[in-house]
Design a protein around this ligand. Structure first.
Ligand SMILES: Cc1ncc(COP(=O)(O)O)c(C=O)c1O
Length: 358
């Protein structure tokens, strides 16, 4: 009988709640307003000829590299950051190798590392989800071949100091150290300038969040050129579709649109955090386009109460260290106002069934 590899059989199926997402999407950290009209116009202008061809990634990689201040050899465009993680794991992990992650964090690191037969070492975050630098460094060993850190982290919104990330990369020269900057535009700090200088450092960026293009599936993986030549070997030459490649240069050119949205989200993140404070829910200050709040044992009822009001928020209570927690995406002024109004109503309605502080 045909059987999947043991590493695959041992994986937990990961099924994000994608079905029936009707309403205001404050559950997946997407943009709530969508991409720039200039990007949409470029997409609408695609013709049959553009779709009949196999997509050519390299010219667009050149444009992206210039935008980032890197060489084209240091950049691979990927089918979202998800594929970037997959490619890194496929390039560097042998069965029995170790991949270090800090939990709670984005689910795909453990899945792709586990699928290669690697042992996933979960280092718990410190109090208030602070980055456990000493904990990570103490777990680095001969078999450590991947270390993945989301900065800012999902689902906590916590940022990691640049210095700490560089220390990790320096402490593990035998490991691919991935800094996943999916939420970079809302945070503003990066280690991208160290790519190349630190040969084992990789940085991932996405167009799924601030750029409003999650549906097109496009991301960036950057690293030292010799390492990226290895990563390229395991990527399909056609991994990024023609529509995504056609619009990406326009998305980068319309910088004003993304800067404007990122600034709007940063302001609204403050408003949401203030509102959480006012209603008495504990939250963790965020550097991303979402805020994690603790609701307590009735987190399910809280999520449903939002859904009844046409708003989707994400239950994160099963993540390590996140018992009773719900993650709320921050969006445009209007969408965040709607979210905050609903928050006030839901907390009032639930009364003592919400874990509120005096
Ligand atoms: C930290 C982090 N990395 C990567 C992703 C996925 O990015 P993409 O849509 O580019 O695959 C997410 C999405 O939620 C994320 O939170």
């Amino acid at each position: 009988m045909l059987e999947a590899r043991k590493a695959v059989r041992d994986l937990q199926a990961y099924r994000p709640p994608l079905a029936g997402r009707q309403g205001l999407r404050m559950d997946f950290n997407e943009s709530t307003v969508g991409c720039s009209p200039r990007v949409l116009a470029r997409l609408r202008a695609l013709d049959a000829e553009a779709l009949a061809r196999y997509p050519e990634r390299e010219p667009v990689e050149q444009v992206v590299a210039e935008f980032l201040g890197l060489d084209a050899a240091q950049v691979v465009l990927t089918n979202g950051v998800d594929e970037g993680i997959h490619l890194l794991c496929a390039t560097y992990l042998e069965p029995g190798d170790e991949a270090i992650i800090v939990v709670p964090t984005f689910a795909m690191y453990a899945i792709f590392a586990g699928a290669e037969g690697a042992k996933v070492i979960e280092v718990p975050a410190e109090e208030d989800f602070r980055f456990p630098l000493d904990g990570v460094i103490s777990r680095i060993g001969e078999r450590t071949r991947v270390i993945a850190v989301a900065n800012p982290n999902n689902p906590t919104g916590a940022a990691v100091a640049r210095d700490a990330l560089l220390k990790v990369a320096q402490a593990a020269p035998q490991a691919a150290v991935l800094v996943d900057e999916a939420y970079f535009e809302f945070h503003g700090e990066s280690v991208l300038d160290c790519v190349g200088a630190l040969p084992n450092l990789f940085v991932a960026r996405t167009f799924s969040k601030a750029y409003g293009l999650a549906g097109l599936r496009i991301g960036i993986l950057a690293g030292e050129s010799k390492q990226m030549a290895m990563v390229r070997r395991v990527a399909s030459p056609y991994n990024v579709n023609a529509a995504a490649l056609a619009v990406l240069p326009e998305a980068l050119r319309d910088r004003e649109y993304v800067d404007h949205y990122a600034a709007e989200v940063q302001r609204n993140r403050e408003l949401l955090q203030r509102a959480l404070n006012e209603v008495g829910l504990h939250y963790w200050p965020s550097r991303a386009n979402f805020v994690l709040a603790r609701v307590g044992p009735n987190h399910g009822e809280f999520v449903q109460a939002f859904r009844r009001r046409g708003i989707l928020v994400r239950d994160r209570s099963h993540d390590p260290g996140c018992a009773g927690c719900v993650r709320l995406t921050v969006g445009s002024d209007e969408h965040t106002r709607t979210l905050i109004e609903a928050l006030r109503e839901v907390v009032a309605e639930m009364g003592s069934r919400c874990e509120v502080q005096a």
